[in-house]
Design a protein around this ligand. Sequence first.
Ligand SMILES: NC(=O)c1ccc[n+]([C@@H]2O[C@H](COP(=O)([O-])OP(=O)(O)OC[C@H]3O[C@@H](n4cnc5c(N)ncnc54)[C@H](OP(=O)(O)O)[C@@H]3O)[C@@H](O)[C@H]2O)c1
Length: 278
Amino acid sequence: MFRMFNRKYSLSSIGHAQHILSGQHALITGGSRGLGLAIAKNLSSKGCKVTLLARNETRLKANVKLLNEEYPVSELSEKKGHDYLVFDLANSHQIESFIKQQYPAYKQVNILINCAGISQHSLLIGSKPEEIQTIININLLSPIFLSKLFARSMMRLINPNIVNVSSLLSIQPSPGTSIYSITKSGLNSLTKNLSLEMQRKKIRVNAVLPGLIEDTDIGKGVNKDAISSANSLNTTADTNSASNITFPTTTSTEVASVVSGLVCDGRSSGELVVVPHK
Ligand SMILES: NC(=O)c1ccc[n+]([C@@H]2O[C@H](COP(=O)([O-])OP(=O)(O)OC[C@H]3O[C@@H](n4cnc5c(N)ncnc54)[C@H](OP(=O)(O)O)[C@@H]3O)[C@@H](O)[C@H]2O)c1
């Protein structure tokens, strides 16, 4: 049976430790905008060096410039500061070799945030095979390959941990999200299983399950009618079912602070944290 852990991470409980992540290094996929950028700002404000990965180089370059100005990496040895990688995660089977060849510093990454994702735009019966494959490649296969690669090297580093950005849709049915929700359920399973596999190596693996993040491009594109339809479906759902949840809204800043809480707390593993907490 699906088991879910909820925990509230308040901004105030983690905000006091200004440079708690000093000397640590996070790779954040989807760091060109939206939630990935919000997570990058949060972690770098705590002293963490960040590497952003996405496709849009113009955005990535601008974000890295901003982060280097606002939250410069303090270590003397870190001459380069925050940086970025341009890669299309639709080519998920090439991500391992790309990182190994183009980013030798990957062995210093102790925090992996699998945030990049795309939504679904049609019902299953109207979805083209290529669209289905692309959603699976970006949302699920890329996090699997990246976790496999980074877990090997991060087990030798301090505070090794992975946070997967899942979705409330992984546990809540909604028309037009079949493939998307399958990928996010897969991330939940990856989180639980990898957390157990890596327990002895002290690598922590957690996931966040945000509701609707209204201030990102995916959030802005969401069909509000589909959400109210899902909410009304839930009024008739089995009361024992995990799907018996209404669809709450949140912000990228709030989700980023929960991600940051998981990264910093030094103990959580295997948790699937719904945001906002109810
Ligand atoms: N917004 C919501 O309501 C909501 C709710 C629950 C969960 N989520 C999850 O939150 C995560 C972040 O989404 P968001 O809301 O911040 O949406 P967003 O603003 O659209 O950001 C998506 C990010 O993923 C990157 N990305 C997309 N396709 C990519 C590809 N092929 N290769 C590499 N990077 C790619 C984008 O960068 P480029 O375009 O530059 O490549 C961008 O940085 C996703 O996993 C999403 O499923 C969102």
